[in-house]
Structures are given as C-alpha cells and as structure tokens.
Ligand binder design. Structure first.
Ligand SMILES: Cc1cn([C@H]2C[C@H](O)[C@@H](COP(=O)(O)OP(=O)(O)O[C@H]3O[C@H](C)C(=O)[C@H](O)[C@H]3O)O2)c(=O)[nH]c1=O
Length: 350
C-alpha cells in the first residue's frame, strides 16, 4: 500500500484532491495534513472521513519539528503539497504570513523529504501545486507557457514563485523526484467565500453589495476544481521527475462579464426578476498591483499526458451555484466562523 501525504487537504482544492485519491485509489493510504486555518474545513471531507484509507493530522507546516516527527512516524511514499495561504488581498495586508507558510512551510517539507527519503529518492515523489500568478501579468494578448520567465507581483505570487524555486533547487541539488504544476483560477464547491465567485454567490443570496475591484476589466482563466484535481492525478502518476505542467481552462472572462453571468444564474435560481441581482454590483477601489490578465497554455499537459478540461463554464457555474444554494448550512457555518466547532466535535481527543 502506498502512503501519500496530502498537505492542505481540508482547503478548497486540497479537499477535492483528497476525495479523488481516497475514492479512486483504495490501495493508497491518504494522510491529510492541515492546520485548519479559517479556510480549512473538515466538513469539506465529511463524505470520506470514515474511509479506512484516510486519516487526518492537524499540523502547521511552519512547525519543522512536527513535520519531522510525522515523517519519522509514517513512511511516506509521496507528498502532494497544497497547503498554502492563497488569498492575494490578505497577502497585501500581511505578507509575512505568506512567507512563513508558503516559503518556510514548503522548505520544511522539502527538508523532511530530503532527510527521511535519503536512502533512495528514486521511488518517492514530491509534487508541488502552484499557481499561474508566478508568471506575472499579461496584456491583452499572449499566454503563459512552462518556459515563461517568473515575474510575480503580489506578495502571494512572490511567495509561490519562491516555493517553486526551492522545489526545483531540491530536485537539482539533492536529486529528489520533484514535479510542479501551475494552475489558473479554480471554481466549484467548497470554495471559501472570500474569493470572487463564492463571495459573489453569498452576497447576492443575502442581498449584499457585490464588490468589483476597479472597473472589472481584469481577466482570469477559470477552471472547474474537479478538472484541476483530475489533472493533479494524471501529473502525479505520469509526469517525469523534474517536470512542470501548466493547467488551465482556456476559459478567459473579464470579471464584470463573469459577474453579470452569475447574476443572471442567481436571478433564475432564486426566482428573482431579471436584472435584480445585477443591481448589487458595486465598483470599489482597485486591488493594489492588480494583475490585468492571466491566460495559461496547457498544451503540454494535453499533448503529453492527454488531459483536457471536461466541463463547459456556464454549466460549471450553474452547478456551483446549485451547490451553494443546497449547502446553506456549510455556507452559514463558514461565514459565521462556526466551522471550527466541527473540528472540535469530530477530532478532539482522537
Ligand atoms: C475577492 C474579489 C476579487 N475581485 C477580482 C480580483 C481578481 O481580478 C478576480 C479574482 O479574484 P480572487 O481573489 O478570487 O482570485 P485571484 O486573485 O485571481 O487569485 C486566485 O487564483 C489564483 C490562480 C491563485 O493562485 C490564488 O490563490 C487564487 O486566490 O476578481 C473583485 O473584483 N472583487 C472581489 O471581491
């Protein structure tokens, strides 16, 4: 049985990866490591938490000794590293938290891999999940490829760029089998409502203003989170050591156009008169250093490993809205801060 450490498994993307691996690979044991910050929520995994091939450990990756003890106790075959501070706005107000978790935390994991796998790196794998924001910003044309030079602008993207560099350095210097993927914006279920799409869904539902930074002209490439989890599965199993893959939806939207589409879906779903939700759109002060456009070319992943996105955006957005409307309790819990009590109830004393 393979033992795989997935870090950040209680977060948005992480929980989709954990669910996929636990369900699809009964012969793997998945250890989910998460600090359970405001954005980590074990309720995201309530459907798989009792499976025999799943366990959870609450650890902060900035705690090197806790990481080393874990590696000493468990004989991991691989690490899929998703744990990160991920919200660009928070990185602008508190950059140090991003350096600590995203840079120091990643180096702590790499050091543990280096120490505990040193007898034979060949059968191990360290897979770092990263972002397209490391490449910087595009004008109106062009796309990021795997050879685009790094040019991060926000403290968040600078911390992810730095952690990518460390992962490559440990591959080149110590020979650890490392793989990196850089993905575009994700959307789907279990997304903490501070990011654009879930925040807008929550605000529209509650008749609150939907804040659009600047003029809403910024462009993002949106990918359904389950397609990202499938890409991670494919890359984890098939990529050669040292490789990097870009992952994207080939699905660019200006923020304002996306929000208008979302408002239309919400009007339909909530039985509101057409145009009601759009009245909530409120233009607010722009994000500092706001990157104009991200667009990512995933041809390499498609050609070499055969992955393509499965879901059309309009359909995926509707599915996402449905999920939030049905899972009102989840949304109320995360927005009221109650979700921590879920952890206390489920895991304290175990
Ligand atoms: C929260 C919010 C955002 N925005 C704008 C800012 C961006 O142009 C766009 C998406 O913002 P969001 O914060 O949802 O995501 P990004 O800043 O693009 O970054 C996200 O996608 C990448 C790949 C990651 O790697 C990040 O971890 C992830 O957070 O909407 C608004 O106009 N209003 C709002 O209230």
């Amino acid at each position: 049985m393979k033992k795989i450490l997935i870090t950040g498994g209680a977060g948005f993307i992480g929980s989709h990866v954990v669910r996929r691996f636990v369900n699809n690979y009964p012969d793997y044991h998945i250890v989910n490591l998460d600090k359970l910050t405001y954005a980590g929520n074990l309720a995201n995994l309530s459907d798989i938490e009792d499976k025999p091939n799943y366990s959870f450990v609450k650890i902060d990756i900035t705690d090197a000794s806790a990481i080393n003890q874990l590696f000493g106790r468990e004989n991991f075959d691989a690490v899929i590293h998703l744990a990160a501070e991920s919200h660009v706005d928070r990185s602008i107000t508190d950059p140090t938290a991003f350096v600590m978790t995203n840079v120091i935390g990643t180096v702590n994991l790499l050091n543990a891999a280096r120490e505990y796998w040193k007898d034979d790196y060949s059968n191990k794998r360290f897979y770092h999940i990263s972002t397209d924001e490391v490449y910087g910003a595009l004008g109106e044309t062009g796309m990021f490829t795997e050879t685009t030079a790094y040019d991060p602008h926000s403290p968040y993207s600078a911390s992810k760029a730095s952690s990518d560099h460390f992962v490559r350095a440990y591959h080149d210097t110590y020979g650890i089998d490392c793989v990196i993927s850089n993905c575009s914006n994700n959307y789907g279920s279990h997304h903490f409502p501070e990011k654009l799409i879930p925040l807008a869904i929550n605000n529209i539902k509650n008749n609150k203003p939907v804040p659009i930074y600047g003029k809403g002209e910024n462009v993002r490439d949106w990918l359904w989170v389950e397609d990202h989890a499938r890409a991670i599965d494919v890359i984890f199993h098939q990529a050669k050591a040292g490789e990097t893959y870009n992952i994207g939806g080939h699905n660019e939207w200006k923020n304002i156009d996306l929000i208008h589409l979302l408002c239309k879906i919400m009007d339909d779903k909530l039985g509101r008169e057409a145009g009601t939700s759009a009245k909530l759109i409120t233009f607010v002060t722009d994000r500092a250093g706001h990157d104009l456009r991200y667009a990512i070319d995933s041809t390499k992943l498609q050609k070499e490993l055969g992955w393509t996105p499965s879901l059309q955006f309009e359909e995926g957005l509707e599915k996402t809205v449905d999920w939030y409307l049905v899972n009102e309790e989840w949304l109320n819990n995360v927005t009221s801060g109650n979700y921590q009590s879920y952890y206390d109830k489920q895991y304290n004393g175990r």
